[in-house]
Write a protein that binds this ligand. Structure first.
Ligand SMILES: [Mg+2]
Length: 229
């Protein structure tokens, strides 16, 4: 068996089923932004909306921008913390993580969720892991590849010999940009572009065990190396 250097996992929707009310989260962040006299900027996700609002506010006053970010983050963290006690592991998660852990394959978690919510869930469910990089731990979150690379550095792992497992096309985008083998765990999910296509597709997390045992992940490493020659 050729073990990878590390396996990184997304958290929400990959390791645990968690029902965060993203509309409420956005509404709470918009309230904060309006309280600072700004119109909430258009953005696909709430974190990016807050980052854009910070840019706008910093044109007026840096201290004001910092205060806006603090208040907006507190508002969305409250929504995340409220959802944390109901989070449950997805099928095959305990088996897959226990197996990797027993085989000595380092486990990393890379998530846009906040550290207090993720830690409380990991402790309650007793899931093994070696490194946790939430949005509170990095300057640039997924799909920025730097989020994954920071976690790999902590695990002393090479991107080309590591896997990134996630349930969303943006996880695949981040994996490809950082040079990891991209593994999608989900029902078939339409990718929006070639950058979001997975190398491997699984439907349960413990399908990973066979992929590692049979070295199926290595085929994609060789392919990438040949493509780069
Ligand atoms: Mg997810």
């Amino acid at each position: 068996m050729h073990k990878p250097d590390a396996v990184l996992f997304d958290f929400d929707g990959t390791l645990v089923q968690i029902t965060i009310d993203f509309r409420l989260m956005r509404a709470r962040a918009e309230e904060v932004i309006r309280r600072y006299g700004l119109e909430p900027p258009a953005a696909r996700y709430t974190l990016e909306m807050i980052a854009a609002a910070r840019e706008l506010a910093s044109k007026q006053d840096a201290a004001l921008a910092a205060s806006l970010v603090r208040d907006a983050e507190a508002a969305i963290r409250a929504v995340e913390l409220e959802a944390a006690p109901q989070a449950q592991p997805l099928p095959g998660v305990e088996r897959a993580l226990s197996w990797l852990h027993a085989e000595g394959v380092p486990i990393g978690i890379v998530t846009r969720n906040c550290r207090p919510a993720v830690l409380s869930i990991l402790e309650r469910l007793r899931l093994p892991y070696d490194a946790l990089f939430t949005r509170d731990d990095v300057a640039h979150v997924k799909p920025n590849p730097e989020h994954l690379l920071a976690c790999l550095r902590a695990l002393s792992a090479a991107p080309a010999r590591s896997l990134m497992v996630g349930d969303h096309p943006t996880d695949m985008r981040a994996a490809r940009a950082a040079g990891l083998v991209a593994v999608l765990v989900s029902d078939p999910h339409p990718a929006e572009s070639a950058e979001e296509l997975p190398d491997l597709h699984i439907t349960r997390l413990d399908d990973l065990i066979g992929i590692v045992q049979e070295g199926r992940w290595e085929g994609f490493v060789r392919y990438q190396e040949e493509a780069n020659r």
